[in-house]
Design a binder for this molecule. Structure first.
Ligand code: GBH
Length: 459
């Protein structure tokens, strides 16, 4: 394997795919246009005190109207792919099951614009903006019906757009709309409920089941060669030291900490540790549902941000424990955003070794930085350049050692609505002026363009 220094200049695999990601509610705006009905995030963001400064995604970055300009910007930066998400309630505005052609048309136009610019479209079906009508009618993911209507929507999108897409992600990050949306742990996400543990576990089950049914619906209705997977924020486990004991412990930690999400998707059963700790509150499920959950996928997307350190720990029954980052540990501009660049190596390696995952994409990685234009209207986000450079060096190590990492999507193309933090946190490589909605590439965009051009970190 190459040394760290060489790694800076060694190319990534020739077919490595470079892109950027966004999500519908965070960028689109146009919240009530062309037949779109509210999602749980529209409802939640109107709850007083739910979002910083009571902001919402009504306008966001106005991507819905500015998508042509945004595709031109991607082209200028040299992006090879764009991961966007679909606002489900644009497509199915109510429980009637009749699709809204105007909603679909936006995504057709977006995808065509991308393809004309030679940028691969990668579509996420669900990035947390559940139609409000599912919540009103049957309590959203608390009901099995949610899995069924999600699969109908997935099949419809695959039939309508599948032949123009490079890949589909069913669901983005289970824990963010379940653990943070159905239980009030402080930083609350939509729909902002506070259910009992039994209902949370049942909702988790319905969501992974929804993923499985959606995979089947996409295979049944979309083109044969359409690739399907999901994007998950695994606990970003890192062995405290690179020794065989700590590495083996880390593999076990990944399986157990993912016990209700990725583990059943790959193994067809919940991790026994999860079921045991849930006890009488464990989800109710059938064998058929477990088989559907484990429907084969073509790739797995990993959203990698902050490390969870793991050690071999013979004093515990399971043989491992997590280690606190501790005071003074370096962070970016989010309370949870501890910096640990080696997540980019250990995430793919542990997932590949544990589940034999065929292909791995980094579907999100990036950081918040309190960016401000200087007098010459430049945004010199050296902190983000540092963050990206260090992370890409470790990703290169994963590729170099043969782990099947196929591509990387930076989070995010531009500053956007950062959920409970509203517009107060900036994750973009392009700056958005929220008064004029003008986009300005930051220094990190220039850095990232260079990476893509060289297909290497340094140069
Ligand atoms: C991504 O999730 C989202 O997909 C994206 O929409 C978002 O804009 C981006 O991150 C930046 O936030 O409260 O200590 O339990 C990030 C993954 C997982 C990070 C949950 C925060 C909670 C940490 N998130 N995690 S904690």
């Amino acid at each position: 394997a190459a040394s760290g220094a060489a790694r800076l200049f060694c190319p990534f695999p020739a077919d490595f795919l470079w892109g950027a990601a966004t999500a519908a509610y965070q960028v689109e705006g146009a919240w009530d246009e062309d037949g779109r009905t509210p999602s749980v995030w529209d409802t939640f963001s109107r709850r007083s005190g739910a979002i910083a400064f009571d902001q919402n995604g009504d306008v966001a970055t106005d991507h819905y109207h500015r998508y042509k300009e945004d595709v031109a910007l991607m082209k200028r930066l040299g992006l090879q792919s764009y991961r966007f998400s679909v606002s489900w309630s644009r497509i199915f505005p109510d429980a009637g099951g009749v699709p809204n052609p105007k909603g679909l048309d936006f995504y057709k136009r977006l995808v065509d614009e991308l393809r004309a610019a030679d940028i691969q479209p990668w579509m996420t079906l669900f990035h947390w903006d559940l139609p409000q009508w599912t919540e009103d009618r049957f309590g959203g993911w608390e009901s099995r019906d949610c899995a069924r209507v999600f699969a109908d929507y997935a099949g419809y999108m695959a039939a309508q757009l599948g032949d123009r897409l490079s890949g589909v992600f069913t669901i983005n990050e289970f824990m963010c709309f379940l653990d943070k949306g159905y239980v009030d742990t402080g930083e609350l996400f939509a729909p902002g409920k506070n259910v009992c543990p039994r209902l949370l576990n049942q909702a988790r089950h319905h969501a992974v089941y929804g993923h499985g049914l959606a995979v089947q619906a996409i295979r049944a209705s979309g083109p044969q060669d359409l690739k399907v997977g999901l994007a998950e924020n695994i606990p970003n486990i890192v062995p405290i030291l690179e020794t065989p004991e700590h590495i083996a412990a880390t593999r076990e930690a990944l399986r157990e900490l993912s016990g209700m999400y990725l583990t059943p998707i790959f193994e067809g059963r919940y991790h026994p540790g999860y079921l045991e700790s849930a006890g009488a509150d464990a989800p109710v499920f059938t064998d058929d549902e477990m088989a559907a959950i484990a429907s084969p996928i073509d790739f797995v997307g990993l959203n990698l941000y902050a490390p969870t350190y793991v050690r071999h720990d013979p004093s515990t029954a399971r043989g491992w424990s997590t280690v606190e980052n501790g005071p003074g540990y370096p962070k970016m501009d989010m309370p949870w955003l501890a910096v640990g660049p080696s997540i980019m190596y250990w995430g793919p390696r542990m997932v590949a070794e544990t589940w034999n995952a065929p292909e791995i994409y980094i579907t999100e990685n990036g950081c918040a930085n309190p960016d401000r234009p200087n007098a010459s209207n430049e945004i010199q986000d050296v902190g983000r350049v540092m963050y990206l450079q260090e992370h890409l060096i470790h990703l290169h190590r994963a590729a170099d050692e043969g782990y099947p990492v196929k591509g990387y999507f930076v989070w995010s193309l531009m500053d956007n609505f950062e959920w409970a933090f509203g517009y107060t946190k900036r994750f973009g490589i392009c700056y958005v002026n929220y008064e004029t909605l003008e986009r300005t590439p930051k220094l990190s965009a220039e850095f990232y363009s260079g990476v893509i051009r060289r297909n290497a970190v340094g140069g």
